[in-house]
Design a protein around this ligand. Structure first.
Ligand code: GLN
Length: 270
């Protein structure tokens, strides 16, 4: 069998063109301009086979981020594996809000609960080199990914293993707590659709109605916030009022929500 030309793979109609190019860039370790300039090159059989293996996984629905092993967030390239949730563009509003919250604080202490890939904690640490950032996760596998990202991106973050506040030293007061916890209800049919099928269940759903982990985070916050400290959390499209109520009931003041890129109230805090 003769080797196929790169051109014939670029015309793979099983996948969107952009995804075909991204997978080819990945297996060839070459930028897009190179692909287009070399499209009549014969492909080494192992490259063609590597492409085919990834294309088949993509056709079966596996997220691009897991196939490529990386995803951009806040302008940084994060490594991702199926042990961590794939960072979403909508979560950038949580980071932007966090940075606004601590804009006037010198050397702010920030805690990220359920850090996953570390995208939130690391983005904050990179934007505020003077910050003391701690991040927790219950999953040792997720923390290994997060620590790798902090290393690759030269960010200073202290990672601790435990559920929510469990591994956060008592008496450590934070100016800001942030979290993108699991908030999808366990009976939500979306868990069995699209990318979510491949992501860690424990990062998506609380195993109940969706508000349990959000409530735990709110209830534990007062023991870990400095006076005047803030808490901001991401939540589902229909949870803003419930999360504001949780915050108000716990004594937070100036409680409000902010919209994501689609205009949906996606984060709440106070
Ligand atoms: N935003 C994600 C989704 O529904 C859920 C993330 C989460 O549970 N924290 O696709």
């Amino acid at each position: 069998m003769t080797s196929p030309q790169l051109k014939s793979l670029l015309l793979d109609t099983r996948l969107p063109r952009l995804e075909v190019r991204m997978l080819l860039e990945h297996v060839l370790a070459k930028p897009r301009a190179w692909l287009l300039a070399h499209d009549t090159d014969p492909l080494a059989p192992e490259v063609a086979a590597a492409y085919e293996a990834l294309a088949l996984r993509r056709v079966a629905g596996e997220p691009m981020a897991y196939l490529l092993g990386r995803r951009e967030f806040m302008g940084h390239a994060f490594r991702v594996t199926p042990d961590v949730l794939i960072p979403r563009p909508d979560t950038e509003v949580l980071v932007e809000t966090a940075l606004e919250c601590v804009a006037g604080v010198a050397g702010p202490a920030v805690l990220d609960l359920g850090t996953g890939s570390g995208a939130i904690a690391i983005s904050i640490a990179l934007a505020r080199r003077d910050a003391r950032v701690m991040a927790s996760d219950v999953s040792a596998a997720a923390l290994a990914v997060a620590a790798g990202n902090a290393w690759d991106l030269a960010a200073s973050v202290r990672f601790v293993e435990g559920s929510w506040y469990e591994a956060v030293p008592a008496g450590e007061g934070f100016d800001l707590i942030v979290s993108n916890p699991p908030y999808v209800a366990s009976d939500d049919p979306h868990l069995d659709q699209g990318d979510l099928r491949f992501e860690p269940r424990g990062a998506l759903t609380d195993g109940a109605g969706g508000l349990e982990d959000l409530a735990r985070i709110v209830q534990g916050a007062s023991g870990h916030l400095k006076p005047g400290g803030a808490l901001w959390m991401e939540h589902g499209w229909d949870q803003a009022q419930a999360v504001r109520d949780l915050l108000s009931a716990a004594g937070f003041e100036d409680v409000h929500s902010r919209q994501d890129l689609a205009g949906i109230e996606r984060i709440s805090g106070g």
